[in-house]
Design a binder for this molecule. Structure first.
Ligand SMILES: [Cu+2]
Length: 144
Protein backbone atom coordinates (compact mmCIF):
# COMPACT_ATOMS: atom_id res chain seq x y z
CA UNK A 1 0.00 0.00 0.00
CA UNK A 2 2.81 2.36 0.90
CA UNK A 3 4.43 1.61 -2.44
CA UNK A 4 1.22 2.41 -4.29
CA UNK A 5 0.96 5.75 -2.52
CA UNK A 6 4.52 6.53 -3.49
CA UNK A 7 3.75 5.77 -7.13
CA UNK A 8 0.67 7.97 -7.04
CA UNK A 9 2.68 10.75 -5.43
CA UNK A 10 5.32 10.43 -8.12
CA UNK A 11 2.66 10.66 -10.81
CA UNK A 12 1.10 13.71 -9.22
CA UNK A 13 4.52 15.32 -9.05
CA UNK A 14 5.14 14.51 -12.69
CA UNK A 15 1.76 15.99 -13.63
CA UNK A 16 2.38 19.10 -11.55
CA UNK A 17 5.78 19.71 -13.08
CA UNK A 18 4.38 19.07 -16.55
CA UNK A 19 1.58 21.58 -16.00
CA UNK A 20 4.00 24.25 -14.88
CA UNK A 21 6.36 23.69 -17.80
CA UNK A 22 5.98 26.83 -19.84
CA UNK A 23 9.51 26.36 -21.10
CA UNK A 24 8.90 24.16 -24.07
CA UNK A 25 11.55 25.34 -26.54
CA UNK A 26 8.93 26.77 -28.88
CA UNK A 27 5.69 28.25 -27.64
CA UNK A 28 2.77 29.74 -29.53
CA UNK A 29 0.67 31.89 -27.23
CA UNK A 30 -2.76 33.35 -27.98
CA UNK A 31 -2.83 31.57 -31.34
CA UNK A 32 -5.87 31.99 -33.57
CA UNK A 33 -6.91 31.76 -37.20
CA UNK A 34 -8.95 34.54 -38.74
CA UNK A 35 -12.36 33.31 -39.87
CA UNK A 36 -12.86 33.65 -43.63
CA UNK A 37 -15.62 32.94 -46.15
CA UNK A 38 -15.82 29.21 -46.91
CA UNK A 39 -14.64 29.88 -50.49
CA UNK A 40 -11.40 31.53 -49.29
CA UNK A 41 -8.27 29.99 -50.83
CA UNK A 42 -6.04 31.26 -48.00
CA UNK A 43 -6.45 32.01 -44.31
CA UNK A 44 -4.15 33.76 -41.86
CA UNK A 45 -3.02 32.71 -38.40
CA UNK A 46 -1.78 34.92 -35.57
CA UNK A 47 -0.35 34.72 -32.07
CA UNK A 48 3.03 35.00 -30.38
CA UNK A 49 5.74 32.62 -31.50
CA UNK A 50 8.43 32.43 -28.86
CA UNK A 51 11.80 30.79 -28.55
CA UNK A 52 11.84 30.09 -24.81
CA UNK A 53 15.42 28.82 -24.81
CA UNK A 54 18.74 30.58 -24.45
CA UNK A 55 19.88 29.16 -27.79
CA UNK A 56 18.90 30.06 -31.33
CA UNK A 57 15.95 27.99 -32.56
CA UNK A 58 15.52 27.37 -36.25
CA UNK A 59 12.06 26.95 -37.73
CA UNK A 60 12.55 24.75 -40.77
CA UNK A 61 9.00 24.32 -42.00
CA UNK A 62 5.34 24.52 -41.11
CA UNK A 63 2.39 22.37 -42.07
CA UNK A 64 -1.18 21.54 -41.18
CA UNK A 65 -3.30 18.47 -41.92
CA UNK A 66 -6.12 20.88 -42.83
CA UNK A 67 -4.21 22.88 -45.49
CA UNK A 68 -2.13 22.18 -48.58
CA UNK A 69 0.67 24.44 -47.36
CA UNK A 70 1.62 26.62 -44.42
CA UNK A 71 4.15 29.42 -44.68
CA UNK A 72 5.41 32.16 -42.40
CA UNK A 73 4.87 35.55 -44.04
CA UNK A 74 5.85 39.11 -43.31
CA UNK A 75 3.56 41.87 -44.50
CA UNK A 76 4.96 45.34 -44.83
CA UNK A 77 4.21 48.68 -46.45
CA UNK A 78 6.61 49.54 -49.24
CA UNK A 79 6.05 52.87 -50.99
CA UNK A 80 2.36 52.76 -50.13
CA UNK A 81 2.02 49.18 -51.37
CA UNK A 82 1.31 46.22 -49.08
CA UNK A 83 3.86 43.50 -49.71
CA UNK A 84 3.88 39.94 -48.44
CA UNK A 85 7.09 38.00 -48.22
CA UNK A 86 7.72 34.40 -47.22
CA UNK A 87 10.11 34.26 -44.25
CA UNK A 88 10.49 30.60 -43.35
CA UNK A 89 12.90 28.93 -42.76
CA UNK A 90 13.89 31.36 -40.03
CA UNK A 91 16.00 31.37 -36.88
CA UNK A 92 14.53 32.83 -33.70
CA UNK A 93 17.15 34.40 -31.46
CA UNK A 94 17.39 33.28 -27.80
CA UNK A 95 14.22 34.35 -25.97
CA UNK A 96 12.92 36.12 -29.06
CA UNK A 97 9.18 36.60 -29.25
CA UNK A 98 7.82 37.04 -32.76
CA UNK A 99 4.38 38.63 -32.74
CA UNK A 100 2.11 37.47 -35.56
CA UNK A 101 -0.67 39.99 -36.00
CA UNK A 102 -2.97 41.46 -38.65
CA UNK A 103 -0.93 43.77 -40.89
CA UNK A 104 2.38 42.20 -39.89
CA UNK A 105 3.87 38.75 -39.67
CA UNK A 106 1.40 35.88 -39.97
CA UNK A 107 0.95 32.23 -40.73
CA UNK A 108 -0.28 31.89 -44.30
CA UNK A 109 -2.58 28.89 -44.47
CA UNK A 110 -2.86 28.00 -48.13
CA UNK A 111 -5.46 25.76 -49.72
CA UNK A 112 -7.89 24.59 -47.03
CA UNK A 113 -8.78 20.94 -47.69
CA UNK A 114 -12.24 21.52 -46.20
CA UNK A 115 -13.94 24.75 -45.07
CA UNK A 116 -12.66 25.89 -41.66
CA UNK A 117 -15.53 27.72 -39.99
CA UNK A 118 -15.32 29.73 -36.76
CA UNK A 119 -15.09 27.41 -33.78
CA UNK A 120 -12.96 24.89 -35.65
CA UNK A 121 -9.51 24.04 -34.30
CA UNK A 122 -6.66 24.14 -36.81
CA UNK A 123 -3.62 22.03 -36.04
CA UNK A 124 -0.28 23.59 -36.98
CA UNK A 125 2.90 21.54 -36.99
CA UNK A 126 6.14 23.45 -36.73
CA UNK A 127 9.34 21.57 -37.51
CA UNK A 128 12.42 23.03 -35.84
CA UNK A 129 16.01 21.95 -35.35
CA UNK A 130 14.95 20.88 -31.84
CA UNK A 131 11.90 18.84 -32.74
CA UNK A 132 8.38 19.09 -34.06
CA UNK A 133 5.81 21.10 -32.13
CA UNK A 134 2.07 20.95 -32.67
CA UNK A 135 -0.28 23.78 -31.79
CA UNK A 136 -4.05 23.95 -31.97
CA UNK A 137 -5.42 27.30 -33.11
CA UNK A 138 -9.12 28.18 -32.89
CA UNK A 139 -10.75 29.80 -35.93
CA UNK A 140 -12.52 33.00 -34.90
CA UNK A 141 -13.45 36.53 -35.90
CA UNK A 142 -10.95 39.25 -34.94
CA UNK A 143 -11.62 40.80 -31.54
CA UNK A 144 -12.99 44.34 -31.93
CU1 LIG B 1 0.67 35.94 -46.28
Amino acid sequence: MKRLILIVAACLLALASHASTVHTPLSFLDGWVRAAPSVAKVMAGYGRLTNATSEPLRIDSLSSPAFERVELHEMSMNGGVMKMRRRDPITLEPNQELPLEPGGWHLMLIGPKTPQPAGQLVEIEITTDQGVYVFSLPVREPKP
